[in-house]
Design a binder for this molecule. Structure first.
Ligand SMILES: [Zn+2]
Length: 292
């Protein structure tokens, strides 16, 4: 067995209904954790975004000074790099949300490294896709942020990750690959302009030197979400419910068969978006880039 493989269980406790939206927010929470803890960005995403957005506001209102100086030129260079990183993170987060909305995500993988062929670390997230309910609205079951952070605390106390993150890791690129369980129609939707995914014919192999970390997202709940009628009671579902009553048993079994066939086939996709890590160069005072 490869010594580089680490498996970490991440329990999503007491979450009554796991919606596609909640699952996507968890994945984005993990992405944020990895970006910050691995020092791809100097702050957690929320804070980082706050600073970057503040510069854009200042520029808009013409508050910038010293336009001619070299120091200012350098500062602007760094800030535009920081902005590009922020934008790519924001795009990747949106892509993840969209993928969960439109497809069944079986697993996804964040690759850290210069290229997808030579990553130094791979974080594979296994999604409890069978526990994800599509019959409930995310807004009705949205989790407060601290609940997501609570689940992510497990990662902070994980020795393997701690050891990895305490070594000096360079800012690098982050690639996203997703394994989707879809029928042909959904796949077409994913390939469209709205979600920028490139199909992968062959699953890329990880080099031996690559740290191979697997995060098992486990949904533990006392209630079975399919039995909860909360969202189905809403008007929008009433018509659908009536339609289902007319279905014969024969139809049902056929639907199940085709569903099974769909579930067996999954394919990997690579996101076009690449997040480039941002660090203030050592020869520059890190304070001045963030203060306006
Ligand atoms: Zn509901």
């Amino acid at each position: 067995m490869d010594q580089n493989i680490k498996i970490i269980d991440l329990k999503l406790d007491n979450i009554e209904v796991l919606t596609t939206g909640t699952a996507a927010e968890f994945v984005n929470g993990i992405l944020d954790f990895l970006l910050y803890q691995r020092r791809q960005i100097p702050f957690v995403y929320k804070t980082y975004k706050y600073y970057v957005d503040k510069w854009s506001d200042a520029e808009g209102s013409g508050e910038t000074k010293d336009r001619e100086s070299f120091a200012h030129y350098q500062l602007n260079q760094q800030r535009s790099k920081a902005k590009a990183t922020k934008q790519s993170i924001s795009d990747m987060r949106e892509l993840i949300r969209q993928a969960f909305r439109t497809s069944e995500v079986k697993s996804l993988r964040f690759l850290f490294g210069n290229s997808t062929f030579m990553p130094s670390e791979a974080y594979t997230l296994h999604i409890p896709h069978d526990s994800i309910s599509r019959d409930h609205f995310y807004e009705h079951h949205a989790l407060p942020e601290f609940r997501i952070n609570q689940a992510l605390l497990r990662l902070l106390t994980c020795e393997e990750l701690y050891t990895l993150f305490s070594t000096e890791l360079n800012a690098t690129n982050v690639f996203l690959e997703m394994e989707l369980l879809t029928n042909a129609e959904n796949a077409k939707g994913c390939h469209g302009d709205s979600v920028n995914l490139i199909p992968k014919d062959v699953m890329s192999q990880l080099p031996r030197s690559c740290k191979n970390i697997h995060l098992n997202l486990l949904h533990c709940s006392d209630n079975i979400s399919t039995e909860l009628q909360c969202c189905k009671d809403l008007a929008i579902y009433q018509d659908l419910g009536l339609l289902k009553l007319d279905k014969s048993e024969e139809d049902d079994s056929r639907t199940n068969d085709s569903l099974e066939a769909t579930k067996e086939s999954s394919c990997w996709w690579q996101a076009e978006i690449i997040v480039r890590g941002f660090r203030v160069p050592a020869n520059q005072k890190s304070g001045c880039i963030w203060s306006s």
